[in-house]
Design a protein around this ligand. Structure first.
Ligand SMILES: Cc1cc2nc3c(=O)[nH]c(=O)nc-3n(C[C@H](O)[C@H](O)[C@H](O)COP(=O)(O)OP(=O)(O)OC[C@H]3O[C@@H](n4cnc5c(N)ncnc54)[C@H](O)[C@@H]3O)c2cc1C
Ligand code: SF4
Ligand code: SF4
Length: 361
């Protein structure tokens, strides 16, 4: 495990070790590629071993197995248009908020970094809608989740599977009943450092400041992938540069190429994704506004989904079909063929060169 070996393939940056440390001796420190890893302050460490024991990379727990799968569209078109795929997350989180619970998810900050945050109402929750294709900063969010559960609140935690797993191993058994979890089918998380370079490049090329950024602009349709930068003078530009860098597979976190969650044993109660392949499974259900694949992983997820069905249009889907069209349910994303060359070039050349060589095709 990373804390002993410093092998970056073994650390998803989930922060479980940082959050369990009774002496606050662990900080997350960014490396030269922009990914954060735990660093132990030897002066503060009392060698209790809590950080080793909690690491989801080694901590074994009973694993779920897919029990049902559905194609889902939120009945409210506005919710669907403002969500990444079919808006199933809105329905799942509305249920928890309606029970007086709180929702944890990922929002974009004013400086375009992304982080996990806590929502007590729909307005705050709406900031979590839409996929932000970089790793979110979990900071001390696990502590907050535990505090809410101690206060007997229902809690929905949503995030990548490694983040959900970190929360689940960190919450004591006696508080698990009120914890509802939702993970994503995950392609991997690109480097935040490269994302910031990309934003600087767009600003320099346009000669204007970006005031808003959308990782995947649904005005172009659900299936296409354009990112949009809106400038402070109200003009905007839509590009595919960051999308191309993402799918080039050179800039993902090392653990993503070795992902422990690229399979059907999901850490969460419910898994959500874009329903790619819907045109083959149920063509009559396809439309440009988006369809969510919704996978039920255990009995708790099944009951939860039953309670939100009235907000959704639903079709049944076989487990074979959802595996067939969803690559990372059976394989981790492979390393890009030019990965080493990419990082060498990044050190040596300016970002215009990187965009032209790696992001323009
Ligand atoms: C990094 C990343 C990679 C993904 N890879 C795939 C993929 O390969 N295949 C696929 O089918 N779907 C993938 N998805 C999931 C997909 O984009 C949608 O989240 C899913 O279709 C749910 O749609 P919705 O309309 O219900 O979600 P929305 O309403 O758009 O809900 C967004 C949900 O995503 C969470 N979220 C947003 N950004 C992040 C982030 N950076 N880290 C963790 N959680 C985040 C929010 O907390 C919220 O729970 C990925 C998402 C992310 C963030
Ligand atoms: S607990 Fe998470 S952040 Fe800490 S070493 Fe393990 S994977 Fe990395
Ligand atoms: S690909 Fe795996 S390791 Fe990477 S962010 Fe997603 S779940 Fe975590």
């Amino acid at each position: 495990m990373y804390l002993k070996t410093e092998n970056k393939n073994e650390c998803s940056g989930c922060t479980a070790c940082k959050n369990i440390c009774p002496k606050n001796a662990i900080k997350m420190v960014e490396d030269e590629k922009g990914f954060k890893y735990p660093k132990i302050d030897k002066e503060k460490c009392i060698e209790c071993g809590a950080c080793y024991r909690i690491c989801p990379n080694i901590k074994k727990e009973e694993k779920n197995s897919i029990i049902e799968a559905y194609g889902v569209k939120h009945k409210d078109e506005k919710e669907r248009i403002t969500s990444r795929s079919g808006g199933v997350f809105v329905a799942l989180s509305d249920y928890i908020l309606g029970q007086g619970g709180v929702v944890y998810g990922v929002k974009q900050n004013k400086d375009f970094t992304v982080c996990h945050s806590r929502a007590e109402n729909k307005e705050q929750r709406d900031e979590f809608k839409g996929s932000k294709y970089i790793q979110s900063d979990m900071n001390d969010i696990i502590k907050k989740v535990k505090q809410d559960l101690k206060e007997n609140k229902k809690v929905l935690f949503s995030g990548t599977p490694c983040q959900v797993h970190a929360v689940k191993v960190s919450v004591p058994e006696k508080y698990q009943e009120n914890l509802y979890t939702c993970d994503l089918i995950c392609h991997g998380v690109p480097s935040e450092k490269i994302f910031k370079e990309f934003l600087k490049y767009i600003e320099a090329t346009a000669g204007k400041k970006i005031k808003e950024f959308n990782f995947r602009d649904k005005r172009f349709g659900w299936e296409t992938h354009y990112e949009t930068s809106i400038f402070d003078d109200g003009t905007e530009i839509s590009t595919q540069f960051f999308r191309n860098l993402f799918y080039g597979h050179n800039i993902l976190r090392p653990s993503c190429y070795n992902c422990n969650y690229a399979n059907t044993h999901r850490p969460a109660d419910i898994t959500i994704a874009d329903f790619w392949g819907i045109e083959n499974v149920a063509p009559e259900f396809l439309d440009k506004k988006g369809v969510s694949l919704t996978i039920i992983n255990n009995e708790k997820g099944k009951k939860w989904f039953e309670n939100v069905k009235q907000d959704l249009q639903i079709i049944n889907c076989s487990i074979e079909d959802c595996i067939k069209y969803t690559y990372t349910l059976s394989n981790a994303t492979p390393e890009g063929e030019q990965m080493e060359e990419f990082w060498k070039d990044y050190k040596q050349y300016d970002f215009k060169y990187i965009i032209e060589k790696y992001a323009s095709k």
